[in-house]
Design a binder for this molecule. Structure first.
Ligand code: ATP
Length: 439
């Protein structure tokens, strides 16, 4: 069982569509790496390159110390399960699982024992003699997983294997896949856009956006210590509140975050204060998950205040929507860039042709493009004293806060929020963390 290494891997379709952009990633032996991201961010393309079903336009892939960039799929020892693990309709579940062993001309008795073993792990022993059309979606998917695993792959790849199942079945099979991946100790890459699957299954998660990896870490690292505002917004329910603010530094080096009609000061000893003194007058994005706020009975200094606009009962907790007249930012739009593509990508440039470009994305292949982009972005950045223009990523909306107890609250009630400044994340306007990431 090897580890997997992706070194500056890119994929351009039809010479102009940049689907994966300079991805480098190390996956350890036996690790379960989840590729998580919105639709179209390049997860499946990356997975298919690991499987050998797509040829990278740039970069190299390795299994352990062996380069596999040009190795045909059959020689990679990879098992792949798709969304809809298509089974042979005229073969029973047992025959479906047996099929790869027959193709490999394995001894019949040994093959039967292997099928029984895999069926045991997956809890489908009772269904082995049934045909696919008589099985539930979850059972069919288990058979597909069994067929993929029965030959003991070196690497196990799954592409949204639960997305066609109902909620109950998803939870059940998700737990089983988690247990199975850990038991089998096989290097696994799992593609999903479902944060619960990612958080529960992954040893580590790689968050993808626009063909690139924005952040890699354990579930807890990414949740509590996100590298970008987009990452912060992708994990967590309710979504993180991203508030637009201006940094203000007093003559005594006291730092406050000015939200327009209200502000909060950071304690002088807060490490963020030490960093933010250098950002006086700059616009920043302040990320605060629900647990950074506590409701206070009365107004005190250094709180945020708003009016409760709506209250939703979610079973064991309440969701409070608080209108605080703070400009909130949509995590999906912050720092969004369009993919850079160029006719040169289709010009037969070999993936080995431009080693110098590796590590920084295909857009660097065009001399000077990055510099020009950076210059334009710098130019667009407003002067500290000018009012900040409202862009597509900005909107006036509600702070969303989870409450265990909503007694005494009703729409229109004034709400005082004490902010735990230790739990704030500060990003620059393009969504990158300013304060140190502590991993
Ligand atoms: P989803 O979650 O919706 O499956 P994804 O993150 O897996 O999305 P990909 O399927 O890898 O994304 O697609 C990445 C981008 O590449 C998309 O914009 C897609 O339209 C494009 N793409 C994928 N395959 C091809 C292809 N064969 N030809 C052209 N463009 C493609």
């Amino acid at each position: 069982m090897p580890g997997i290494r992706l070194d500056s891997v890119s994929k351009v379709f039809d010479g102009r569509h940049l689907a994966v952009d300079g991805v480098s990633l190390d996956i350890a032996r036996g690790e379960c790496m989840v590729l998580l991201g919105p639709s179209g961010c390049g997860k499946t393309t990356l997975l298919r390159m690991i499987a050998g079903l797509e040829v990278p336009t740039e970069g190299t892939l390795w299994f352990g110390r062996t380069e596999i960039t040009d190795l045909p799929p059959k020689e990679r020892g990879v098992a792949l399960v798709f969304q809809n693990g298509a089974l042979y309709p005229h073969r029973t579940a047992r025959e479906n699982i047996l099929f790869p062993l027959r193709m490999a001309a394995e001894d019949a008795a040994e093959a039967d024992a292997k099928v029984t073993g895999v069926a045991n792990i997956l809890g489908i022993d009772e269904t082995l003699d049934r045909f696919p059309k008589t099985l539930s979606g979850g059972e069919r998917q288990r058979v597909a997983i069994g067929r993929a695993l029965v030959r003991k792959p070196r690497v196990f790849l799954m592409d949204e294997p639960l997305s066609n199942l109902d909620a109950t079945m998803r939870t059940e099979l998700r737990q089983e896949i988690g247990a199975m991946v850990r038991d089998l100790d096989v290097t696994t890459v799992y593609v999903t856009h479902d944060q619960v699957e990612a958080l529960t299954l992954a040893d580590r998660i790689a968050i993808m956006r626009n063909g690139r990896i924005e952040d890699v870490g354990t579930s807890e690292q990414i949740f509590h210590d996100p590298a970008t505002a987009f990452t912060a917004g992708f994990l967590g329910v309710p979504r993180i509140n991203l508030m637009s603010a201006t940094v203000r530094v007093t003559d005594h080096h006291r730092v406050s975050l000015d939200f327009g009609n209200q502000s909060i000061s950071l304690p002088p000893i807060d490490r963020r204060s030490l960093i933010l003194v250098d950002h006086d007058g700059e616009r920043v994005i302040v990320g605060a998950r629900s647990h950074a706020f506590t409701t206070a009975a009365s107004g005190e200094a250094n709180q945020l205040t708003g009016a409760l606009r709506a209250l939703e009962f979610h079973g064991s907790e309440w969701m409070a929507f608080v209108q605080a007249d703070i400009e909130l930012i949509n995590p999906d739009l912050v720092g969004r860039t369009t993919r850079t593509t160029t006719p040169e990508h289709g010009g037969g440039r070999s993936r080995h042709a431009n080693a110098a470009a590796r590590g920084s994305g295909l857009s660097t292949l065009i001399p000077g493009v990055r510099q020009v982009q950076d210059k334009l972005l710098r130019r667009r950045r407003p002067h500290p004293s000018t009012p900040h223009p409202t862009t597509a990523s900005h909107r006036r909306a509600d702070l969303v806060i989870e409450l265990n107890d909503a007694r005494g609250l009703r729409p229109g009630t004034k709400v005082h929020l004490t902010v735990d400044t230790e739990r704030l994340h500060i990003f620059d306007e393009s969504g990158h963390r300013i304060d140190r990431i502590t991993r």
